[in-house]
Write a protein that binds this ligand. Structure first.
Ligand code: ADP
Ligand code: MG
Length: 276
């Protein structure tokens, strides 16, 4: 082996090593205006095509709702984007250059995709503020050690997110005392603390009152711009109230895209929903 070979090997290993370690430093190239490119995606479970040649593009900073009947593939799509499920074929790119299929679930979270599951998972015994403090500790981009006293700047950041989530008055209340809706907002706030570029939210308003739904729509709108937000939702009143672009999934593919008025007037969408 020549000295040059040795150097090349070392360089390559070094590059791979850095690549893995710096997942939280990776910045997607959104110069074309898109944060997510999903193309020709398919996955089967026991011969059943849960996702079937699906194409989906999400613009940077937009709020998109994904709707569709039960079994349409909505959750499976989220599972693929977040690295929980690997597809049989197709591609998923974060910005133009980050091939998400190369990464594990924890790496994808670090690269900047946050996911909120349907059931809220906050720390019940801790206060609202402490829940956010923990979320801050998990964010590698913010200097933080658990034993250290928070800086004024860090406290301000937590307060700012609490105001946005409508929870500032409940800052010192244990999370166990919150209503179902308030827990959902707390969990969204905890995700925002991680500064994800793309936030995937699964059925945020199930079990909420109409008033809580309105506040959720407002919160999700406030997050756009800085974050891109994809909401999977069943509740048609909510999707209508959120007044944003809608993608309709059916049998693992995109059936229609457009405003809620446009997709509701689409005969294919009408027949799918009547047939449900
Ligand atoms: P949605 O969220 O739109 O209701 P899903 O993505 O959960 O739909 O499911 C799509 C289809 O794929 C369903 O028929 C479901 O039963 C099937 N499916 C999802 N995940 C798995 C899995 N891990 N194993 C087998 N079948 C699955
Ligand atoms: Mg689902």
């Amino acid at each position: 082996m020549s000295g040059l070979d040795g150097l090349r090997n070392f360089t390559r290993r070094d590059r791979v090593f850095n690549f893995l370690v710096d997942a939280d430093e990776m910045v997607p190239d959104t110069s074309k205006g898109y944060i997510l490119y999903v193309e020709d995606l398919s996955v089967s479970f026991d011969g059943f095509k849960a996702i079937n040649d699906l194409n989906l593009y999400i613009r940077e900073g937009e709020l998109r709702c994904i709707i569709g009947p039960n079994g349409a593939g909505k959750t499976t799509l989220m599972d693929i984007i977040t690295g929980k499920t690997k597809p049989d074929k197709g591609s998923v790119f974060f910005g133009q250059d980050i091939d998400l299929l190369q990464f594990s679930e924890p790496e994808i979270a670090k690269i900047g995709i946050g996911r909120k599951f349907q059931k809220p998972t906050v720390f019940e015994q801790l206060t609202v503020f402490e829940n956010l403090e923990l979320a801050m500790a998990a964010n590698k981009r913010v200097w933080y050690t658990l034993s250290a006293v928070l800086t004024a700047e860090q406290i301000d950041r937590i307060d700012e997110i609490l105001v946005q989530a409508g929870l500032i008055e409940l800052k010192l209340v244990p999370a166990s005392m919150l209503s179902h809706g308030q827990k959902q907002w707390l969990e969204i706030a905890m995700l925002v603390m991680q500064e994800p570029r793309l936030l995937l939210v699964d059925e945020p308003v199930s079990g909420m009152t109409h008033q809580e739904m309105d506040k959720t729509a407002e919160l999700l709108h406030q997050l756009t711009g800085k974050h891109s937000v994809v909401v999977v939702e069943h509740d048609m009143d909510f999707v209508r109230s959120i007044a944003t672009d809608v993608t309709v999934l059916h049998q693992g593919s995109v059936l229609a895209e457009g405003s809620m008025d446009q997709v509701q007037a689409n005969p294919d969408v009408v027949s799918v929903y009547l047939g449900e």
